[in-house]
Write a protein that binds this ligand. Structure first.
Ligand SMILES: NC(=O)c1ccc[n+]([C@@H]2O[C@H](COP(=O)([O-])OP(=O)(O)OC[C@H]3O[C@@H](n4cnc5c(N)ncnc54)[C@H](O)[C@@H]3O)[C@@H](O)[C@H]2O)c1
Length: 256
């Protein structure tokens, strides 16, 4: 049966998903919302919503957020009442009170909130082993521009942040979704350790994940080329495939 989706955000990832879904006979984009009119001007006007309330009023199976953590915060109470949700900007869930409200809202409305694995791998294994974990540490190295730093004076690899994933998410909400995903799957935002390094000599997004636990010791190295402003080249395709899995099998990593 044909599934209908709505896109919130029509930037690098949103427009990729739209193009990728054009040939898919089982999924149809029925609504798009982006506050910048120039982003959606090439689309059929019937698809374009003037605000999120309009998007949420359309009959959709899944709303896909690919905008910004603040957007999820501002809009989640509206959208979970009408459709399931897939959230790319998962740093928003570092706010425990917001996460709790979101979960209650989704439960009350019989909805699911899916988290795509996005830029990284291994969330399923981490989640399955979470009762055994002692420590999870993630070190991300990106070009300063990919960390939102323009006109950078940084000339060599420099540690910009070291501390809890909780704090990393509030300081770098657009840049540490990988850290948020590992916190949600594993030890939570306070207990997960984050390091962020700006390297002016790289064109890659590099994540090193070190996990220690009872009977286990894991090291993951994950690298992709920078593609969008904050996004690596693997992420849009991985989000597309997560979307298809959710819609075809109603399966995926959920917070509720
Ligand atoms: N989970 C992951 O692994 C992962 C990886 C990469 C990026 N991301 C996140 O995905 C999101 C999208 O990334 P991108 O590369 O497409 O960014 P982008 O900047 O290219 O696009 C974001 C779009 O959201 C729009 N937007 C801003 N405010 C909005 C609002 N109130 N409602 C709807 N749209 C709004 C912007 O106009 C823009 O077009 C970002 O938050 C990014 O941090 C997650």
């Amino acid at each position: 049966m044909m599934k209908n989706i709505g896109l919130v955000g029509f930037g690098f990832i949103g427009s990729f998903l739209f193009e990728r879904l054009k040939d898919n006979k089982e999924v149809s984009v029925k609504a798009v919302f982006d506050p910048l009119p120039q982003k959606t001007k090439s689309l059929d006007s019937q698809l374009v919503c003037t605000d999120l309330a309009e998007l949420a009023s359309r009959p959709l199976d899944l709303i896909v957020e690919v905008a910004h953590a603040d957007v999820v915060k501002a809009l989640l109470p509206i959208i979970t009442s009408n459709a399931d949700l897939m959230v790319a900007s998962m740093t928003c869930f570092s706010d425990a009170e917001f996460r709790n409200r979101t979960e209650q809202n989704a439960i009350k409305n019989g909805r699911k909130i899916f988290l795509p694995h996005g830029a990284i791998l291994g969330l399923d294994g981490l989640r399955d082993g979470r009762t055994l974990l002692d420590s999870v540490s993630i070190t991300t190295t990106k070009h300063p521009k990919s960390l939102g730093i323009t006109n950078s004076q940084i000339t060599k690899p420099t540690i910009l942040f070291e501390g809890s994933t909780q704090e990393a998410c509030s300081k770098f909400p657009r840049n540490v979704n990988v850290h948020a995903a590992f916190a949600l799957a594993g030890l939570g935002f306070e207990a997960t350790h984050s390091v962020i390094i700006a390297d002016p000599n790289t064109n890659k997004m590099h994540h090193r994940i070190e996990v220690q636990g009872r009977g286990l010791s894991w090291n993951l190295e994950i690298e992709s080329f920078s593609a969008g402003e904050v996004t690596g080249s693997y992420t849009p395709e991985s989000l597309y495939q997560s979307l298809i899995t959710i819609l075809s099998k109603d399966k995926g990593f959920c917070i509720v």
